[in-house]
Design a protein around this ligand. Structure first.
Ligand code: B1H
Length: 834
């Protein structure tokens, strides 16, 4: 017991004593917190709850951020460096307070200050809601990149949308199904945003477009929506450099449609105003999947148009001629979602700035760079031409004109290759034409990159091969993803971070992650090994406590923690994991009590959301939950196998789970996971990796040594051939993998609920098996066996592997990634803020 069970106390005496602290800095902090409670929150000083204390603490910390923010922006304005803009429809920020305090170097002082006022920092930090304006890896990557941009002192701003509702909250029904509830994250107000009600942009939708001479046009009529800016300061670590994400919020242009209002049609007037505000209402919850909704296209244009108008205004303030634009501005497109920025900049230059068409295209194609994040065909964005005609008629004209010139140049380079022309065209013909956003993004960008070596190679040789032939290979690069070690080690794993700092003698490794190599000197030191193991044990106990509090389940924190957390998707193969779990269960059931004592105890943890419309993914969740129920209730498995699905995966839950893993699973079908970034997070925290030869797993193995990872499964080049065989020469599962056949039979026996529930899932494997579960199953079991053996037979060797893994993860800092963008793509320099 800490003696703080009855906190927050917040009684008058504690507070008054707190305000008389001897440390002047701490005194300033307590004063500021109390000041914000009384004036900003308008609440009485005593008997404040943790939420109130959090809000006041955030407002106090925010002042330091804003001072640095102002200093940074002033320096940019004065020195006019080239700036980079990261356009992302998703920023999966998670919580901010802990990160802000750490980056400002004020965490300990705030902890003391809060303590003096009767609060624990831990409870206060826990009162913050996650900002979940993203789906998964792509959105979290954007958050890591702005962190690194500020830390590396790069003039980098993010542009996004201020959704009123973030990623839905996931609930698990009694029958194991996923339920979704809205995430009204702004309900308690957001202390980290600064409304800029004076920073606005008009965005037009609909109306009609007329062509003038020389490629110029006029777009008029339709409906105008107002974009209002909300700024979110992004502090660097141990630097004053503080960058910005500008989030746009939609407001009706005039509040009401005055004509209808005066005509007495109040309902209709309010309706238009509602439809405008709808644009930034909610984040689309699809990961790696294109849904083609009109409102989504409106979100994309609204955000691109507002951001470009803002960027253009800032550029014009420099007084430079428009031809200088690409020397001052570079725009990184986070996937194809912001591709409309390309025709929009063209429209601004040609129609509004009266730049000749060819000169305008020169400017555009020196401004944009494009990151592709997936090769899955179902994720490629293609918008119906009819929808463009209705919402963005002028952009449609521009795209047609660009396509006309482009296809002529393709014809000149590859005369008579009509198939190539058809594949490369910006327009897909068919029942109703569609605009191919990836083709447009490639055409309008000077560099295109994938997010891991294998993925970039697949981009060059498969989905964008024609474009490589046309533009030359130099345009197509790789920038392997990275993660910020501040949040993903220092903040989420204080036990390990402190041990590393103590061992290396400074915190410099947090800004130069290759310094972790210094840990290798100590890998064989038994005292160090013991401390290393103790940190992991501590994190496992912390997670076990959370599981007890939320699910009421006791897990043995001495067991091996085997974790798979990510969006639920067939290509990520949570199915393979749960089928393997059933195999393990059947094996245990077949054992004698004597044999069971020799089994390595395991806790298998799953978490992740399924897109609400992705039926099969939701069925897989249901299977995991129900398999867990049966196993956890079976005395035969007691103490050796526990299986849990933790609901409502989030950044904050990741921060709890990742430091607690002994082994984590990254087991996508080869060639499908572009990179993965949680694989990096687990390994940085000393968890070992069990995975396929896919995405960034490959580069992780290169760095930490293949002897430290557990690889299995077919390789990328085999996938196509296997799929062909499934189609034309199918082999029964019974023949291919008797082990898998037994598992499928067990599922269909009704043990986990009626067979009719699971039949559609089992059929995906028996018929077609697109994700190659049956091909990889035996190899997966083999790898799992090696994991068991390595963990049990030589625990000391396992600790050594864990140390080596962390020590060799230097490459995967997002600082390295962002510096690669700066140097190799953006041609931009760092700028020290004094
Ligand atoms: C990734 C997406 C994605 N790739 C469409 N593609 C979306 C596509 O809302 N949409 O329409 C949302 C997300 N997300 C992920 O990006 C990859 O699957 C990961 O492998 C990769 O690590 C991550 C970051 O590059």
């Amino acid at each position: 017991a800490t003696g703080k069970e009855k906190w927050p106390r917040g009684d008058e005496e504690t507070w008054k004593a707190g305000l008389r602290s001897v440390d002047a800095d701490v005194n300033d902090i307590t004063k500021s917190i109390v000041h914000h409670i009384q004036t900003s929150l308008a609440r009485q000083a005593y008997n404040i709850d943790n939420l109130g204390a959090y809000q006041a603490t955030a407002l106090a910390a925010r002042e330091d951020l804003i001072i640095n923010w102002n200093q940074t922006q002033m320096t940019y304005t004065r020195k006019q460096p080239k700036r980079a803009y990261y356009l992302s429809l998703e920023f999966l920020m998670g919580r901010t307070l802990d990160n802000a305090l750490l980056n400002l170097g004020l965490k300990e002082k705030f902890e003391t200050g809060l303590d003096k006022l009767g609060f624990t920092l831990e409870d206060v930090l826990d009162s913050e809601r996650d900002a979940a304006l993203g789906n998964g890896g792509l959105g979290r990557l954007a958050a890591c990149y702005v962190d690194s941009g500020a830390t590396c002192e790069i003039p980098l701003w993010g542009y996004g949308l201020r959704y009123h509702y973030g990623m839905f909250q996931q609930l698990i029904a009694p029958d194991g199904s996923q339920l979704e509830a809205p995430d009204p994250w702004l309900d308690n107000s957001n202390p980290w945003e600064i409304p800029r009600l004076d920073v606005t942009a008009d965005v037009r939708f609909g109306g009609h477009a007329e062509k003038l001479d020389k490629g110029r046009g006029i777009w008029s009529g339709g409906q105008e929506v107002l974009a209002v800016a909300y700024d979110c300061p992004i502090p660097g670590s141990d630097t004053k450099s503080t960058n910005n994400i500008r989030f746009w919020s939609a407001r009706p242009r005039r509040g009401f449609d005055l004509q209808s209002f005066n005509a007495g049609d109040y309902d209709r007037a309010v309706e238009t105003s509602n439809s405008a505000a709808n644009i930034t209402n909610v984040l689309y919850p699809n990961d790696n999947h294109y849904a083609g909704k009109s409102l989504r296209l409106q979100q994309q244009y609204f955000w691109c148009a507002a951001s470009l108008s803002d960027i253009m205004r800032r550029f014009k303030n420099t007084g430079q001629p428009i031809s200088e634009f690409p020397n001052h501005v570079v725009i990184q497109l986070n996937d194809t979602h912001p591709t409309l920025a390309i025709p929009e900049l063209m429209r601004i230059l040609v129609d509004e700035e009266e730049v000749p068409w060819d000169d305008a295209w020169q400017i555009v194609t020196r401004t944009f760079a494009f990151t592709n994040h997936t090769v899955l065909p179902e994720a490629l964005e293609k918008w119906p031409v009819s929808l463009f005609q209705q919402l963005l008629p002028r952009h449609l004209q521009i795209i047609y004109d660009l396509n006309w010139t482009f296809l002529q140049s393709v014809e000149r380079k590859f005369p008579g290759d009509v198939d190539k022309m058809a594949r490369m065209s910006l327009i897909e013909e068919g029942h109703g034409q569609q605009i191919r956003m990836a083709n447009l993004a490639v055409l309008g960008s000077f560099k295109v990159n994938g997010v891991a070596e294998l993925h970039s190679e697949l981009v060059r040789t498969t989905i964008l091969k024609d474009f490589v032939d046309f533009f030359g290979v130099d345009k197509f690069r790789n920038v392997t993803n990275g993660i910020t070690p501040r949040r993903w080690l220092d903040q989420c794993n204080p036990a390990l971070s402190n041990l590393i700092t103590e061992t290396l003698g400074s915190r410099a490794w947090l800004k130069d992650l290759y310094l972790l190599k210094g840990l290798l000197e100590h890998e064989s030191d038994p005292t160090f090994q013991k401390k290393w193991a103790a940190a992991k044990a501590n994190n496992k106990e912390r997670l076990a406590k959370y599981i007890k509090n939320t699910l009421g389940v006791t897990v043995d924190s001495k067991a091996m923690f085997d974790i798979q957390v990510k969006r639920i998707h067939e290509y990520k193969r949570q199915s393979l994991n749960i089928l393997g779990v059933i195999h393990r269960y059947l094996t245990i059931k077949a054992m004698s009590p004597e044999e069971r004592t020799k089994v390595t105890p395991r806790v298998v943890l799953f978490a992740g959301k399924a897109a609400p419309g992705y039926w099969m993914a939701k069925l897989i969740i249901r299977l995991i939950v129900n398999v867990g129920k049966v196993i956890n209730a079976d005395p035969d498995a007691k103490g050796i196998l526990t299986v849990l699905f933790l609901p409502d995966y989030s950044v904050s839950l990741a921060e709890l789970l990742i430091p607690a893993s002994d082994i984590s699973e990254h087991i996508s079908t080869a060639g499908t996971e572009a990179s993965g970034t949680s694989n990096m997070k687990f390994c940085l925290n000393g968890g070992l990796l069990l995975g396929t030869v896919d995405g960034a797993n490959i580069e992780i193995a290169e760095e930490v040594g293949e002897e430290n990872v557990f690889f299995f499964g077919h390789l990328t080049p085999a996938v196509e051939e296997l799929r062909y065989q499934h189609r034309y020469h199918p082999m029964p599962v019974e023949k291919k993998s008797p082990a898998l056949a037994a598992v499928l039979e067990d599922i269909m026996s009704g043990r986990y609920g009626d067979a009719s529930i699971w039949e559609p899932f089992v059929n995906t494997i028996r018929q077609g098996d697109y994700y190659l579960i049956s091909d990889d199953f035996d190899s997966y079991l083999q790898a799992q066996k090696m994991v068991d053996e390595a963990y049990t037979k030589d625990p000391q060797q396992w600790i050594k592997k864990s140390i080596q893994t962390t020590a060799k993860m230097g490459k995967f800092s997002s600082d390295r990634a962002i510096m690669t963008y700066a140097e190799e793509i953006w041609n931009i320099e760092t700028l020290k803020i004094n």
